[in-house]
Design a protein around this ligand. Structure first.
Ligand code: 1GP
Length: 251
């Protein structure tokens, strides 16, 4: 088992975690470094780097360098294609968009990516990635057949398929900037279906919805967009504290 996944599992023994997502296209590398350092000081457990639109390798590399200079926590690639990989990452969420209509996003990019992951020597963490309504940009780019907000069975079925494939984690994604996060009852249904860690993100912008997700069974809460708003960092601080205080276990 890889070092980063081991670290995640260990951290999870103490309750739910928060991870901070940074899109290299949305700020300068220096600013990204500052956001990462602040996030780490609040108690975020890892920095994820990625964006839905093709992020350039140079900007990704510079962003990861700046982040690494300021934090001791893992820096994990969250790629939208094989092009998002870089040897500077500690690990990569090696994800398959299970509900894409296009095999390119299920296994195609992954075949290119696998070769790079090996060459770069970064740790792959196999992930079943499920895009839930509204799905936003990632649904569009990934040609997702989005899971409807009420379609709890379909979400749980994809998640169980991920576990049976041997994937290490499941990610329920409402899409970056979604006006509504993944519904708590969907999180609850997926939690009941699987025994691997459940990551939830997209549209979580306040401590209340983060806590609702944790109480419904999310192991890891991911936020990205929230720091882009006015007062975003203080909001992020509240979210991270709330996630850590909420602990684990479905309500
Ligand atoms: C996107 O789930 C993440 O992949 C985070 O979404 O930007 O809405 O926090 P937000």
């Amino acid at each position: 088992m890889g070092k980063v996944f081991d670290y995640i599992r260990k951290e999870l023994e103490n309750g739910a975690l928060h991870m901070t997502l940074i899109d290299p296209d949305k700020q300068t590398p220096e600013e990204a470094g500052r956001i990462a350092a602040e996030s780490a000081s609040f108690g975020t457990s890892a920095i994820m780097v990625g964006g839905s639109t093709g992020v350039g390798l140079e900007i990704t590399d510079r962003t990861v360098e700046e982040i690494r200079a300021g934090v001791g926590i893992p820096v994990i690639s969250f790629p939208s294609s094989a092009g998002g990989l870089s040897p500077r990452f500690d690990a990569v969420y090696f994800l398959s968009m299970l509900n894409s209509r296009n095999p390119r996003h299920i296994t195609g990019e992954q075949a290119y990516g696998a070769v790079l992951v090996k060459e770069f020597g970064i740790e792959p963490i196999g992930m079943g990635y499920i895009v839930v309504e509204p799905g936003m940009k990632v649904a569009e780019v990934g040609e997702a057949d989005v899971v409807g907000r009420k379609d709890l069975r379909r979400a749980a079925a994809y998640a169980l398929a991920a576990e049976y494939f041997g994937m290490k984690v499941v990610y329920l994604e409402a899409g970056s900037g979604a006006h509504l996060p993944v519904p708590p009852d969907m999180i609850r249904g997926v939690r009941r279906a699987i025994s691997i860690p459940l990551i939830v993100g997209g549209g979580i912008t306040d401590p209340e919805s983060a806590v609702a997700a944790v109480r419904s069974g999310a192991d890891v809460i991911v936020t990205g967009t929230v720091v882009e708003r006015n007062g975003g960092l203080s909001r992020l601080k509240k979210i991270v504290s709330a996630v850590k205080a909420a602990g684990t276990g479905a309500a």
